[in-house]
Ligand binder design. Structure first.
Ligand code: PAZ
Length: 357
C-alpha cells in the first residue's frame, strides 16, 4: 500500500525513497514490502561492533573528565553512581537529516540523579543531549516553563511569591551540588555515542577499583544501521515506500557485567508496554546478563509503579493515588534509597565474593 507507514523489526520507517539504488544503499529498498535481508540474524558481538565503528570525537575529553572526577571523589570517600538517561537515536544517513528516536524524556534519570546526590553519591550523569537534567528539570519544559513562575515590575524581575519557597529549595540544592562538584554531566545523541561512552566510563571506573553503581535508565535503541551500510547523503524522497532493514544493536550488558566492570553493582531498567510480558523479560535479562537488579516498568504506569527484580526476590514499589496526585511524591524518592541499601549490602558482602583487596 503506497505511503502507508509500516513497521519492520519493530522500527519505524521514516520518509520515502523512490528509486534508491539498493546496491548503493543496501539497507534501503524502495517499492518493496519485505525487509532487505543483508545481515545475519541476531546482534553482532560488542567486539565486532566496536571494531567496525568510529568513536565520538569527544571521547578522549570525556574520559579525562571521568578519570579526574572519580579520582577526586574516591579520595573524598564518596560512592559513585553512573546514571544513564534519555533515549538514543539511530541515524538513517551519515550526514543525518532523519533518525529514529527512542522514547524517554529523561525524567527517570534526572530525578534519580537528584536523590543520589542528596544521599551523598558522586553522580556521573550520562544523558541524551537536551533531555531533562537534575534541578533544571523542575522548570524546563512547556508544562512548567520557568517564565510561568516569574513576574516583572519597576524594580526588576522576580519569582512570584507563591513559588518562592519551592524554587529556593531547588536553587539551594543546585548550588550545593555545584559547590561540592558532585555532578558530572556527559551527553550522547546516537546509540553509537552511547555505547562508546558507556564502555569508556565503565573501563575507567573499573580500573580505579571503585565499587560503583550503574543505574541504566536510558532507553537504548535495539536496532541500528551499521556505519558501512548507511547512506552518506539524505535519502531522496518520492512517491514510493522506504523499507529499512536494520541490524540488532549488540547487547552490551553482557560485556559490561563480565569484562568492563565485573565488580560493579548494576541496575538496568526494562520498559514494556504489555504488562504481561514484563516479569518474563526482566527475568530473562537477569539470567542472560548476570547483573544484580532489573527494574521493570510499564510505559503508562512508570511514574507510579515499578518492580525491583533480583534472582532472589521481587519488590514492588507503588505510589497510592493520594501520594501520586495530591502529595506529588516522586517514585524515584522510593527507588533510590532502596537501591542504596542494596548497594551497601553489596559492598559489605564483597569479601564473601572474594572481591575485596
Ligand atoms: O525518561 P522517562 O522518565 O521519560 O522514561 C524512563 C524510562 C521508561 C525510559 C526508563 O524507566 C526505562 O525503562 N528505561 C529502559 C528502557 C528500555 O527497556 O530500554
Amino acid at each position: 500500500v503506497p505511503n502507508k507507514p509500516s513497521l519492520l523489526n519493530g522500527a519505524h520507517l521514516v520518509g520515502g525513497a523512490n528509486g534508491i539504488d539498493p546496491h548503493a544503499y543496501p539497507h534501503f529498498h524502495s517499492g518493496s514490502s519485505t525487509p532487505a535481508s543483508t545481515s545475519s540474524p541476531g546482534p553482532v558481538s560488542a567486539e565486532v561492533y566496536f571494531a567496525s565503528h568510529v568513536a565520538p570525537k569527544s571521547l578522549p575529553e570525556s574520559a579525562e573528565r571521568i578519570r579526574s572526577f572519580v579520582d577526586h571523589h574516591m579520595h573524598e570517600g564518596r560512592r559513585v553512581v553512573l546514571v544513564t538517561s534519555g533515549g538514543t537515536t539511530v541515524p538513517l544517513e551519515t550526514q543525518t537529516v532523519r533518525f529514529i528516536d527512542n522514547f524517554s524524556a529523561g525524567t527517570r534519570g534526572a530525578t534519580s540523579a537528584e536523590y543520589f546526590l542528596e544521599a551523598g553519591y558522586a553522580v556521573i550523569f550520562m544523558h541524551r543531549q537536551f533531555s531533562l537534567q537534575p534541578y533544571s528539570r523542575h522548570y524546563s519544559h512547556s508544562r512548567n516553563c520557568f517564565l510561568e513562575f516569574m513576574e516583572a515590575d519597576e524594580s526588576g524581575i522576580h519569582v512570584m511569591p507563591s513559588y518562592v519557597e519551592e524554587m529556593r529549595t531547588v536553587l539551594h540544592k543546585y548550588r550545593e551540588t555545584q559547590k561540592a562538584g558532585t555532578l558530572l554531566t556527559l551527553d550522547f545523541v546516537t546509540v553509537n555515542d552511547y555505547l562508546f561512552l558507556l564502555r569508556e566510563a565503565a573501563q575507567i571506573i573499573s580500573k580505579m577499583d571503585v565499587n560503583a553503581m550503574y543505574y541504566l535508565a536510558a532507553a537504548v535503541s535495539d536496532f541500528f544501521i551499521p556505519a558501512d551500510k548507511m547512506s552518506e547523503h539524505k535519502i531522496q524522497s518520492g512517491d514510493g515506500l522506504l523499507n529499512l532493514s536494520m541490524d540488532q544493536v549488540p547487547k552490551v550488558l553482557k560485556p559490561l557485567v563480565n569484562d568492563w566492570t565485573p565488580k560493579a553493582f548494576i541496575v538496568s531498567f526494562k520498559l514494556e508496554t504489555d504488562e504481561e510480558l514484563l516479569p518474563l523479560k526482566a527475568r530473562q535479562a537477569l539470567k542472560r546478563y548476570g547483573h544484580q537488579i532489573v527494574i521493570g516498568n510499564v510505559l503508562t504506569t512508570r511514574k507510579r509503579v515499578v518492580k525491583l527484580i533480583t534472582n532472589e526476590n521481587e519488590t514492588e514499589i507503588r505510589l497510592t493515588a493520594e501520594e501520586d496526585e495530591v502529595e506529588h511524591i516522586e517514585i524515584e524518592s522510593r527507588i533510590v534509597p532502596e537501591l542504596i541499601e542494596r548497594h551497601s549490602e553489596w559492598i559489605e558482602a564483597c569479601g564473601t565474593r572474594g572481591e575485596c583487596g
